[in-house]
Design a protein around this ligand. Structure first.
Ligand SMILES: N[C@@H](Cc1c[nH]cn1)C(=O)NCC(=O)O
Length: 442
């Protein structure tokens, strides 16, 4: 545990995840070139992203079950093979259908990566180190998005579409080689599964789902992550540029700020979770509440929202990524390691289903206002966006309600095991008292 070997294995896992995020986000940054190559309009282009995410989300539970059965090594390598095939397909595709098939292969491989990498953490690191290592996994992985925005885009402009996508395929081939040659599922002598007959698939799935801690993780992930995903993957750019009237370069600057905040917020969040495990859901609810408040402020601001307010919105949305890692921490602490892949898959569905649902609802509300003549200034007018994006408040409210319901169940179970979660006011008073006594000279 915590050895140099653990860091090597984790490093390769994290590299595999970074490459998966690079593959996932590579298409989003080449929108104009893709529109040209595939002769596609906005709806066809969004189908590339939506179908890729649908494949990703729908594979989470099967992948979780497979990871528990076959281990991380083989799943990471298989995921990388699918992503390499997908990017090769994109490299040569010239029609919307063949391009979408490529993106679906990428979504398939991507779906296999994160759950498998996260499963390595508790097997190679002890429970005090695990929250921080999980957060760092998320943080380092997000750098893949920066690789798409900067070097990948530069490569595409320098060498053209086919070469650039073939280079991405080569990155995944490198992951296959590293995973098969160096990565190991667990340290020698550590078995993730208990002795005896292995549990059947349905038993594992049923047990992971019945554990209220898994569902608490799923609703945490659902509530806190989707708004940032909707913004970064689909509606952020059109809202800022066509709705709010920002220039493309200001919008790109705000998007880079989004990635920077998501990366910087990870480690402190990991330390908070390690230190105050009984306050994990409170942090999720606080960030979700803040998200709702900032959206309300932006959507109610008459005319263009000032840059400082947009920056606050982007910063709060960016917190959604690292704080959604708390969902995986619930899966880790409430499930035995031989069910962790399945539980992680269940949790990971939450945020992506919420994001897909909201992406669709926002698009639908924009369309319907336009069709009914309610947005005379255009499909993407600011007033139309105000109504459409407000739907997020319903999704946030629904998620927070479900989270609080299942949290009551989790707390009852903890109580039965002798662990009482004190009310926040009492915990805060105890914390201040402790700080005071640490500060006093005696
Ligand atoms: N919460 C994200 C990852 C993350 C961490 N920090 C910022 N984002 C997540 O759910 N990831 C799943 C995946 O496949 O990327």
């Amino acid at each position: 545990m915590n050895s140099w070997r653990a860091y090597t294995v984790w490093g390769i896992g994290v590299f595999a995840y970074l490459v998966a995020v690079l593959q996932r986000t590579s298409f989003g940054v080449v929108g104009l070139e893709a529109a040209d190559r595939f002769h596609a309009g906005g709806a066809a282009l969004s189908a590339f992203t939506v179908l890729q995410l649908v494949v990703y989300a729908s594979l989470q539970i099967p992948v979780g079950i497979l990871v528990d059965r076959f281990g991380s090594r083989i799943m990471i390598a298989t995921g990388a093979v699918f992503m390499a095939l997908g990017q090769l397909q994109i490299a040569v595709a010239e029609s919307v259908v063949t391009g979408i098939i490529g993106r679906m292969l990428v979504g398939m491989g991507d779906a296999m990566t994160f759950v498998s990498v996260l499963r390595l953490v508790p097997l190679w690191f002890d429970s005090r180190k695990s929250p921080l290592m999980s957060q760092l996994t998320g943080v380092v992985g997000q750098l893949g998005q920066l690789v798409s925005v900067i070097p990948f885009l530069a490569l595409l402009h320098a060498t053209g579409w086919t070469q650039a996508f073939m280079s991405l395929a080569a990155m995944s081939v490198l992951v296959v080689v590293l995973a098969l040659s160096v990565l190991r599922n667990s340290p020698a002598g550590v078995r993730p599964a208990p002795e005896g007959e292995p549990e059947g698939t349905l038993t594992v799935l049923g047990a992971a789902w019945r554990q209220p801690g898994t569902r608490l993780g799923m609703w945490s992930h659902f509530t806190v992550q989707f708004s940032g995903n909707v913004f970064a993957l689909m509606w952020g750019f059109p809202f800022m540029v066509a709705g709010e009237g920002y220039s493309s370069s200001s919008a790109a600057g705000l998007m880079s700020f989004f990635v920077a905040v998501a990366i910087l917020a990870g480690p402190p969040m990991g330390r908070f979770v390690a230190r105050y495990p009984l306050r994990r859901s409170t942090l999720v609810l606080a960030i979700s509440g803040l998200t709702a408040l900032v959206w309300i402020a932006v959507l109610l601001t008459p005319g263009q929202a000032p840059l400082w307010l947009m920056a606050v919105l982007v910063a709060v949305l960016a917190l959604g990524g690292p704080s959604s890692m708390i969902g995986f921490d619930f899966a880790r602490t409430f499930n035995p390691s031989h069910r962790l892949g399945t539980a992680t898959g269940i949790v990971n569905i939450g945020g992506f289903v919420a994001a897909l649902l909201t992406m669709f609802l926002v698009g639908y509300l924009l369309d319907i206002q336009h069709a009914l003549g309610l947005s005379p200034q255009g499909l993407y007018s600011l007033d139309a966006f105000r109504v459409a994006l407000a739907v997020q408040l319903l999704v946030l409210g629904g998620g927070a309600f479900a989270l609080m319901r299942v949290r009551r169940r989790v707390r009852r179970n903890l109580e039965a095991q002798g662990v009482t979660v004190p009310p926040l006011r009492e915990a805060w008073a105890a914390f201040r008292e402790q700080r005071r006594s640490q500060g006093s000279p005696d």
